[in-house]
Design a protein around this ligand. Sequence first.
Ligand SMILES: NC(=O)CC[C@H](N)C(=O)O
Length: 369
Amino acid sequence: MKLKQRDKAFLLLADGSYYEGTSIGSKGTSGGEICFNTGMTGYQEVYTDPSYFGQIIVNTNTHIGNYGAVDLEQESERPKINGLVVNEYSEIHSRVDGESTLDEYLTKSGVVGISGLDTRKIVKHIRSTGAMNAIITSEIDDLETLKAELLKVPSMDHLELSTKVTTKDSYLMNEGGEYKVAVLDIGCKRSILSNLTDRGCELKVFPAETSFSELKAYNPDGYFISNGPGDPSAMPYAVETVKQIMSESKPMFGICLGHQVIALANGIGTFKMHHGHRGLNHPVKNIITGRSEVTSQNHGFAVIKEDVEASETIELTHINLNDNTVAGIRVKGKPFFSVQHHPEASPGPHDSRYLFDDFIQLIKKHRES
Ligand SMILES: NC(=O)CC[C@H](N)C(=O)O
């Protein structure tokens, strides 16, 4: 087998650090916030998770591409990342149902990538310096021109991105299911929806800017506020919708961005983390049950813990055991709860999937009341 001769590519970080490697995926120039994911598996699910929209991903797993690409493993209709940085792109993939190489898949999807970099060094750098923008190019070899391009990349701070990835029109899933759930799609992953349909829910998935009255007109048994990209403080429209949802007492569950929006709707602030949590082995403690869970995470913002502690209406339910950040909350006396981590995982461990069951239980209880 003849291996592909690859062109040069460059990665420039906003603090001036500069790396040379080889081009993978699409040719071109692409910028975004650089962040790293420590998961050993599931690269395709990560690249297609809408929460990563506008970001450049560094995979810490050293071999990427070795099991190819399969359309069924997408978390949305195509990759959402703005760029990819890997240590060693695997030219050969080995898997019975692999449909294409990762390189072909990225090229077809217009994702610009770079391979052959010391990703351990880059990750250590981001960990000490903090989140920042970066740019990858296979076409600009003049540093000054590349720096000028990098300056055009928007900062993730105060950036609203949900409206760029949400569904255009509302749609039904699992019609005739036992429980009706209205999903506010602010960047939803497919596996979250399938965890709900697997538990007997009929879903109506609505665009991010849908008003409460339109959600209510579906007459759901409960509401779900999805994960998604961008800064939660830049989406007052979703915060307003959640406030109105809370005027009813139907169960509501939120994941990640949805959790942050629910917090904001309850007067709790959010902040940009130093470099975020992205991986498949983040330990979380459920402080209600006392049990710990190993979780999948992907977030660069978080809820302010002091605000939760000072709140009269919000109760802390989960904490992150690595850094004590807020991992879950609920509204006292109401069937509203949310988590910062990803119970659907995909990829990742399934320890937290009970949260979907808890949501169904709340729906059942509310129906009986
Ligand atoms: N996975 C998510 O929903 C991410 C939420 C938000 N965009 C963050 O980075 O914190």
